[in-house]
Design a protein around this ligand. Structure first.
Ligand SMILES: [Zn+2]
Length: 377
């Protein structure tokens, strides 16, 4: 999932996301809750209509942002009080209010409110945090069950604005998972925590599954631990999650991370790397990372990635994109972001094809070998 923090995948028009066949994108509840606010988005018919996105959407619960961005937070059993990073106003998020906001936004997949356990955390601390996340998971689900009919699609369908909107934009492409109607509801995912402690992770997974969700996520990873530790936790926890429901690894990762986590049983990912690193001048390629600031690309007429078939690689040279970047042209960020999204989405497409044709092991070996061949070595 490309990350669209503020209901926008930075530097990327919806047409580009459609061209790249991005099936689902992520938006952040914390940021949208602060601005433009829940009521505003709900009044405008929900996130899909607000941003004119016909593909699927996932919103996180806001928990991770509150924990990672906010120094002034106070966590109690009831929820988390914090100050807005925009204007300093006092705000409060709880399992109920985070779920309420996500119902108002109307994304296809929404997340239970959890506490992202800090790293490092000893067993006692990780257990207390995990127990609270489990209580919050139950409260999130109870609130969702009682209020899921309040999703804005119901009010939006058939209204005059809806008719106008439909007439003014292209129809969803065939095969798109879009058929919102009054009977449709959102999918609510639970989040497994437990720090880096395998026995807690196992227990968290079992008890989260007992509460019962439409899909399950692994939270609290990529928070400063070594990659080896992260992969160990994924290896332990993924098999504990139901095989017939989506398994989602939150906030991860590099192309290698995606392949390695898939090998351990993960289905879904979100990560800011393709967009954020693109804005910082870095391209992900089939032969590893490419830093466009590097002087060696000044007269390089090759595309960013020879093996990539995206419209940027078909059209533009490294030399041109480097020139744009050095000149501070916004197009540099746009082109690098476009290519990086194409590369990540293509990687996952190839993963799916390899799994379907029962050739994932071979794909994993070849992909990793090529990635490590070192374009800039
Ligand atoms: Zn490309």
């Amino acid at each position: 999932m490309p990350v669209g923090t503020l209901a926008s995948v930075k530097g990327t028009a919806n047409e580009t996301l459609e061209q790249l066949n991005a099936q689902i994108i992520l938006a952040n509840t914390y940021h949208l809750y602060l601005r433009p606010g829940t009521e505003q988005i709900s009044k405008l018919g929900g996130l899909h209509r607000f941003m004119s996105w016909d593909g699927a959407l996932l919103t996180d619960s806001g928990g991770f942002q509150v924990f990672s961005l906010n120094d002034l937070r106070k966590v109690t059993e009831e929820g988390v009080s914090f100050r807005s990073h925009l204007d300093g106003s006092s705000l409060f998020l709880s399992p109920e209010s985070a779920t309420e906001a996500q119902i108002a936004f109307g994304a296809d997949i929404i997340m239970a409110f959890d506490e992202c356990t800090e790293y490092p955390a000893d067993t006692d601390r990780a257990r207390r945090s995990m127990e609270m996340t489990l209580r919050w998971a139950k409260r999130s689900r109870d609130y969702f069950e009682a209020h899921k009919q309040e999703v804005p699609w119901a009010q939006a369908v058939g209204g005059p604005q809806q008719v106008e909107l439909r007439a003014s934009r292209p129809q969803p492409r065939a095969g798109r998972p879009r058929s919102h109607d009054a009977e449709a509801t959102q999918a609510l995912f639970g989040i497994v925590q437990g720090g880096m402690h395998p026995e807690l992770r196992k227990e968290s997974a079992e008890r989260t599954v007992e509460i019962g969700f439409d899909g399950y996520a692994i939270g609290g990873l990529s928070v400063g631990e070594e990659k080896r530790v992260m992969m160990e936790v994924i290896k332990e926890v993924a098999p504990q999650m139901p095989a017939d429901k989506p398994r989602y690894l939150m906030g991860v990762g590099t192309p290698e991370d995606l392949i390695e986590a898939v090998a351990r049983g993960v289905d879904m990912f979100d990560c800011v790397l393709p967009t954020r690193n693109g804005r910082n001048g870095q391209a992900f390629t089939s032969r590893g990372k490419l830093n466009i600031k590097n002087a060696r690309y000044t007269t390089d007429q090759m595309p960013l990635d020879e093996a990539c078939n995206c419209s940027v690689c078909r059209r533009h040279s490294r030399a041109y994109i480097r020139h744009l970047y050095q000149s501070g042209e916004m197009l540099a960020s746009i082109l690098l972001t476009h290519h990086n999204l194409a590369f990540f989405l293509d990687t996952m497409k190839r993963v799916r094809q390899a799994i379907r044709s029962d050739q994932f092991a071979q794909f994993r070996r070849e992909y990793t070998e090529q990635l490590n061949s070192g374009l800039e070595a």
